[in-house]
Ligand binder design. Structure first.
Ligand SMILES: O=P([O-])([O-])O[C@@H]1[C@@H](O)[C@H](O)[C@@H](O)[C@H](O)[C@@H]1O
Ligand SMILES: [Mg+2]
Length: 281
């Protein structure tokens, strides 16, 4: 039987690389704007790269063949609803704050979901020039090398990634840093954060770290990373230990359940609105 999504997967890899090159060209004149807060940055490059990705996909597969969830389209009012229809979930510049500051971790993240299940994901880590990718049931790769999560089961010998996000409300910041302090003092070998969720997920998938968790990320930040972590042998859970929900803006990705459940014990949960929550009137 013909493989229905191989062509889309191969095309997504090519588009991600092209998008990375367009992003690089945008470095020369970065025009910074803000979204939900003064520290939630977006640039004209983010918007331009997303437009080019979406128009390339529409040109290749047909104007109305697929649905799209793009970070910057949603920011401009497009709906963020994951239906059963084939849907591209796109973060054109993951690590925008890094991009603005020249901090060397920026990624293009492109995922493709069918029946609400991520079929494949591509994360192009631009500055490293590494293409992370995975298809459901077919393994995870960095460039063309297979990747595998860490086999570490001892939390005391683990590195954990978390991010503080863009919400600066005191009650949330307190919970974020209290959680980080409790995890650091388990103790673990270290806490890290690249500033881009997509890259953080790939670091779990390659075994460079044992886990990455965050409350407040968006589906476009992690959709590609989800399938890359799973196909590298990792697991995804909600921050309360329940089943992972791509649209919930809460996520624990880890090399195994032992590590995941140990850090979940320390996470101080705070409420965040779902990605697919009805738009406020
Ligand atoms: O906005 P962006 O650079 O695409 O995505 C970023 C995420 O990748 C990161 O995990 C999060 O902590 C940042 O607040 C920001 O949301
Ligand atoms: Mg992002």
């Amino acid at each position: 039987m013909e493989d229905p999504w191989q062509k889309a997967y191969d095309f997504a890899v090519a588009v991600a690389r092209k998008a990375g090159e367009i992003r690089k060209a945008g470095e020369s004149e970065i025009r910074v704007m803000t979204k939900s807060s003064t520290v939630d940055l977006v640039t004209k490059t983010d918007e331009r790269v997303e437009k080019i990705i979406i128009s390339s996909l529409k040109e290749e597969f047909g104007e109305d063949a697929h649905c799209f969830i793009g970070e910057e389209s949603v920011a401009k009012g497009e709906p963020c609803v994951l239906s059963d229809k084939p849907t591209w979930i796109i973060d054109p510049v993951d690590g925008t704050t890094n991009f603005v500051h020249g901090f060397p971790f920026v990624a293009v993240s492109i995922a493709f979901a069918v029946n609400k299940e991520v079929e494949f994901g591509v994360v192009y880590s631009c500055l490293e020039d590494k293409m992370y990718k995975a298809r459901k049931g077919k393994g995870a790769f960095c460039d063309d090398e297979p990747i595998q999560v860490s086999d570490m089961k001892d939390i005391n010998k683990s590195i954990i990634i978390s991010e503080h996000g863009t919400d600066r409300s005191p009650e949330k910041v307190t919970k974020i840093f209290s959680t980080m302090q409790k995890i650091l003092c388990i103790p673990v070998h270290g806490l890290r954060g690249s500033g881009t969720a997509a890259t953080n997920m790939c670091l779990v998938a390659t075994g460079a770290v044992e886990a990455f968790f965050e409350i407040g990320i968006h589906c476009w930040d992690i959709a590609a990373g989800v399938i890359i972590v799973k196909e590298a042998g990792g697991i995804l859970l909600d921050v309360d230990g329940g089943p992972f929900d791509l649209m919930s803006r809460r996520m624990v990705s880890a090399n195994n359940e032992l590590i995941a459940k140990r850090i979940i014990k320390e996470i101080e949960i705070f409420p965040v609105g779902r990605d697919d929550a009805p738009a406020e009137k």
